[in-house]
Design a protein around this ligand. Structure first.
Ligand SMILES: C[S@@+](CC[C@H](N)C(=O)[O-])C[C@H]1O[C@@H](n2cnc3c(N)ncnc32)[C@H](O)[C@@H]1O
Length: 234
């Protein structure tokens, strides 16, 4: 496989699953496969263990918003872990994409978990607030202006802490993902869209350069970024 230049962010590169005309069966397989991919590479178990679980209680409800929840597997994992730990967490996953909403709401119910078709800005207009605002693989989807809009929305929506997790662009990430997924995911868009996502994603240096003061970018493995913000009165 030829390695494309990853020197600059390929913001114009389009993921197949973002097309309204992509194959519905492959799209459903893609949402199903995200559960495997996110469990292997997205690092949410570690984020939950380090940054979310210590703030949860067995008696008081904590609320969490998952922005751009897609097929909903990160929302589901967070809700499931809290139930298993006997902790009270209400998880709301939002995504404007009707196809994602249909898939997410067709999955088995979990206590405390719900999905809505909405943008983060819709919830700001409603005056909604959540203890945590999180996202996974949303930042690379956005233009710089949209990213800044999401961060403003996040600051309005959160009471305690924002955690936006995404890929970090690098030759290592591209070649590693290409090699690891080559024998798998033949019936979904995971491989081509994953490679496009890596081309569209930020490096830590680029992300630090565009986010407002107060936001922190940390790097993790494999090729992960977490953009976080703590509410001043949290
Ligand atoms: C690549 S998907 C990520 C899906 C899911 N989080 C995952 O990790 O599998 C990015 C999603 O973000 C959604 N999105 C983008 N901007 C958003 C916003 N401001 N509010 C809510 N959803 C948004 C898109 O509709 C898209 O489904």
């Amino acid at each position: 496989m030829a390695l494309p230049s990853l020197r600059v962010r390929a913001y114009g590169a389009v993921e197949i699953m973002d097309s309204p005309h992509c194959d519905p069966a492959r799209l459903t397989r893609t949402y199903q496969d995200f559960r495997v991919v996110n469990a292997l590479v997205s690092g949410w178990w570690g984020i939950y263990r380090r940054s979310i679980r210590p703030e949860l209680s067995t008696t008081t409800e904590t609320t969490l918003l998952d922005v751009g929840s897609g097929g909903g597997d990160v929302s589901r994992a967070l809700a499931r872990w809290a139930v298993r730990d006997g902790l009270r967490l209400t998880v709301t996953g939002i995504d404007p994409d009707a196809r994602a909403h249909v898939f997410a709401t067709s999955q088995p119910k979990i206590a405390g978990l719900s999905f809505r078709r909405a943008l983060s800005s819709d919830l700001v207009v409603e005056g909604a607030r959540f203890d945590f605002v999180v996202s996974n693989h949303v930042l690379h989807h956005l233009s710089v202006a949209e990213l800044k809009g999401l961060l403003v929305d996040s600051e309005h929506l959160v009471r305690r802490r924002v955690l936006h997790a995404d890929l970090e662009r690098s030759n290592y990430a591209y070649l590693g993902f290409a090699a690891a997924t080559k024998p798998f995911f033949r019936h979904s868009y995971i491989r081509p869209d994953g490679l496009t996502s890596i081309r569209r994603s930020y490096t830590a240096t680029e992300l630090r350069a565009v986010v407002p003061a107060g936001w922190t970018v940390s790097r993790g493995l494999p090729s992960r970024l977490v953009l976080s913000w703590a509410a001043p009165d949290a």
